[in-house]
Design a protein around this ligand. Structure first.
Ligand code: F6R
Length: 369
């Protein structure tokens, strides 16, 4: 039940801190990652030479975020592929490949068929899933459940942050098995992860009202662009997907570095562009690159809405609007940066009087190919 909330989506966005905390619960003990579901699989994780992540929609964007962390921490090469593309292109996977599927419902037909194809080709399969006993986990060799709780609204929100959390727990678990992270670094990452629920809560407490207000002002917008680099890139894709599915506004996400290779031609006076800005202290190089991207589009009249760390004063002169998120280490920042984008998409759809729980033409779980 939605309790006192105006929609299931409002409730589920409010539950994003809990979704992360519950996915971590019991899985960090004495400063170590403990995933009992994966007991007995150390040899498998020590031996895999490649990981392929298959998923659709928002779950695939969680996979894209996960790729950065898995590669950085475990040094295992990771590819992320849309499940429906994977299945029909005679993919090269075998016994040394771990295929990780990500699915909130666990029933997405495209993802299920990709998992079956991977198994047929001899790969080991791991399911990251939010629904106990669903088909995809039943068809997989191993399962790491996300504990976001039931997600009712069609648009995936709390499941997304839980999926990234589960991928990070998995990556840290494998890094320990493979000895690719020092105990100090491992401990730092666990501390960052543990700090996320309170930081997401900070965004909800301090920025939600302002973002909703801002979304109201933008209700007549025809098109919105989203830019990000590194882990901010999948977040730009997620921001665009949420906006199109909930508010029926044209939206596109780009890798900021790709601008000059084409998309900058779209910029005309007044074009709103959300830019996910990396931390100036933790990612100074990326930060300055993104600030120059902002300058390029602003010089052409773009209206820049920056999602930036609370301490980032350098971005202020370059943005028309700044939505604040607390400081987090670079790999953890996307779990915070996505929250304003979820709020914005919901706020804009509400401002247009649309049903945020049940957008037109969409179903919560897509059980046909
Ligand atoms: C977007 C959204 C969809 C799902 C996708 C996969 O907000 O909800 O893009 O993420 O259909 O669904 P699951 O995770 O159930 O496999």
């Amino acid at each position: 039940e939605k309790g006192g909330w105006s929609s299931f989506m409002a409730k589920e966005v409010a539950e994003e801190p809990e979704a992360v905390a519950n996915t971590m619960r019991g899985r960090v003990q004495d400063g170590q990652i403990v995933i009992p579901e994966l007991d007995g699989m150390d040899e498998l994780f020590a031996g895999v030479s490649r990981i392929v992540i298959v998923a659709a929609g928002t779950a695939a964007y969680a996979g894209l975020v996960g790729k950065y962390a898995i590669e950085q921490w475990t040094r295992i090469p990771v590819e992320v592929e849309l499940a429906h593309e994977f299945r029909y292109r005679d993919p090269i996977v075998g016994p040394d490949t771990l295929v990780i599927s990500i699915s909130q419902s666990g029933e997405t037909m495209d993802t299920l068929m990709a998992v079956k194809e991977a198994a047929r080709l001899g790969a080991k399969t791991l399911s990251i899933c939010n629904t106990q006993g669903a088909t995809i986990p039943r068809e997989s060799d191993a399962i790491v459940y996300t504990h976001a709780g039931p997600e009712v609204a069609v648009a995936s929100t709390k499941a997304f942050v839980a999926q990234i959390t589960a991928l990070y727990l998995f990556a840290l678990h494998v890094a320990r098995i493979r000895g690719t992270l020092s105990p100090e670094t491992q401990a730092e990452q666990i501390a960052e992860l543990s700090a996320l629920p309170a930081k997401i809560q900070w965004v909800l407490d301090n920025e939600q009202e302002r973002i909703e207000q801002f979304a109201h002002w933008m209700a007549d917008t025809r098109s919105v662009l989203f830019l990000g680099r590194h882990v901010g890139y999948p977040i730009a894709l997620e921001g665009a997907l949420k906006l199109k599915e909930l508010s029926y506004i044209h939206a596109e996400g780009f890798a900021a570095g790709e601008l000059k290779h084409g998309p900058i031609a779209l910029i005309e006076p007044g074009q709103p562009v959300f830019v996910i800005v990396p931390s100036p202290s933790d990612s100074p190089v990326l930060h300055s690159k993104v600030v120059s991207n902002i300058q390029e589009i602003r010089a052409r009249g773009a209206r820049v809405i920056a999602i930036a760390e609370t301490g980032d004063a350098a971005v202020l002169p370059h943005a028309d609007e700044v939505l604040r998120v607390p400081l987090a280490a670079p790999l953890f920042a996307p779990i915070l940066a996505v929250v304003p984008l979820h709020i914005f998409a919901m706020g804009l759809a509400n401002a247009k009087g649309l049903d945020v729980d049940q957008p037109r033409n969409l179903a919560k779980s897509v059980t046909v190919e």
